[in-house]
Write a protein of this length. Structure first.
Length: 379
């Protein structure tokens, strides 16, 4: 898949939604009302053109990478090893409130680590932040990492001190360390984990492998074809990366979950598997309200607009993280798609000078989330 293209409709008979239903094995990057950005092969693009869609070839992947992917940028993002080392240092600096926990091991044997931050009281409400289910979404490691760092460094100041007394914050910034390492050293645009599939292809999409409504869809954005970018895996929780999160969420009492991804600047809430809204009006109202609050808090920092919407409005998926945390446990759960907003701004290759502003604008939304849910966890 070596060409990045913009797909638009050629008329009312050709709705863009049909492209998302055509089993072509394309990699969908961006979904906007008037266009899609996809990565595909010449043959896949020809097929879409023959179906009557307008295809504008934007760039080949090599060129995109040579424009945006600078060697020095890599050093400013964490690797799996440097992340583990820095989380360890945070825990060592404040053993009274912070602890690094290995919650599982990836297919290739890398530790999947979380920082637990809070006084050791037991029985308190907890919030979970995750990052980097998808390998190429490097900014999705940095935002939760910077959150963990700030919570540890400001542990004695209000409001953090209060949160760490009345609750706990858990942060797992890199759920998919094998994929991230592969993206860092081999294929920058790698998305999935590094499972060797039965057909010889590699990778299961960790954000399709959770056990709520797992596998009920068979569409390009949630696929049963092993070589596809959104391969759901052979069964729910077949992957050690999702097992780690399953076991953690099964043990701890989380009152809220945020999982960071990129890109597009969106705040997504369940459901992803259906266009129906969540049936519980209280929960639905609360999640919509919280998403709206997050939008204004984010916008208030650097003016960036993150659009709130139900996940399935972006595209349908079954087995994603937040459908499972909400569907199984009733936990208010959000997927935040970070910067940038568009492919033209770099897509998955976010320049490292944007790491800090992206964290700065997400800080008040994360803080508000903690504040609200530690005070009044939803029953
Ligand atoms: O496809 C995903 O897993 C997420 N987007 S990403 O570009 N980061 O890969 C979105 C997941 C949200 N769920 C649904 N859209 N149903
Ligand atoms: Zn993602």
């Amino acid at each position: 898949m070596n060409i990045i293209a913009r797909v638009t409709s050629s008329g009312p008979q050709k709705p863009l939604g049909d492209v998302l239903r055509a089993p072509l094995g394309i990699d969908v990057w961006e979904v906007k009302p008037d266009h899609l950005i996809i990565r595909g092969t010449e043959a896949q693009l020809d097929r879409l053109a023959s179906m009557g869609y307008r295809i504008e070839q934007l760039e080949d992947v090599e060129r995109h990478l040579s424009t945006f992917d600078r060697a020095e940028a890599t050093e400013q993002y964490h690797s799996a090893a440097s992340l583990e080392e820095e989380l360890r240092q945070l825990a060592e600096a404040r053993p009274d409130i912070a602890e690094m926990i290995e919650i599982g091991r990836s297919i290739e044997g890398r530790p999947i680590v979380a920082l637990r931050i809070g006084d050791r009281r037991g029985g308190v409400p907890k919030i979970l932040f995750m990052g980097c289910h998808h390998a190429r979404e490097w900014i999705a490691v940095e935002v939760p990492f910077l959150l963990a760092k700030e919570l540890v460094e400001r542990a004695d100041e209000a409001p953090v001190a209060g949160w760490l007394t009345s609750g706990e914050v858990w942060v797992a910034p890199m759920v998919n360390p094998d994929g991230h390492e592969h993206s860092r050293t081999q294929e920058r645009l790698w998305r999935k984990n590094r499972r060797r599939n039965h057909d010889g292809s590699f990778g299961v999409d960790p954000n399709r492998n959770y056990g709520y409504m797992w596998g009920i869809l068979d569409v390009p954005t949630s696929s049963h074809v092993p070589s596809d970018e959104t391969y759901v895996g052979p069964r729910a929780f077949s992957e050690p990366e999702t097992q780690a999160i399953r076991d953690l969420v099964g043990c701890e009492r989380f009152a809220g979950v945020i999982t960071y991804h990129s890109y597009s600047q969106l705040i997504l809430y369940p459901w992803g598997y259906t266009e129906k809204p969540v049936p519980d009006a209280l929960h639905r109202g609360q999640m919509i309200e919280m998403a709206g609050q997050m939008q204004s808090l984010i916008q208030g920092v650097h003016g960036k607009v993150y659009v709130p919407q139900q996940s399935s409005e972006l595209y349908p998926t079954a087995g994603d993280t937040t459908d499972w945390t909400y569907g199984t446990y009733g936990i208010p759960s959000f997927t935040i798609e970070l910067r940038p907003r568009t492919f033209q701004e770099g897509g998955f290759i976010l320049p490292p000078d944007q790491i800090l502003p992206t964290w700065e604008e997400n800080r008040p939304a994360a803080f508000q989330f903690i504040e609200q849910l530690l005070a009044a966890p939803v029953a």
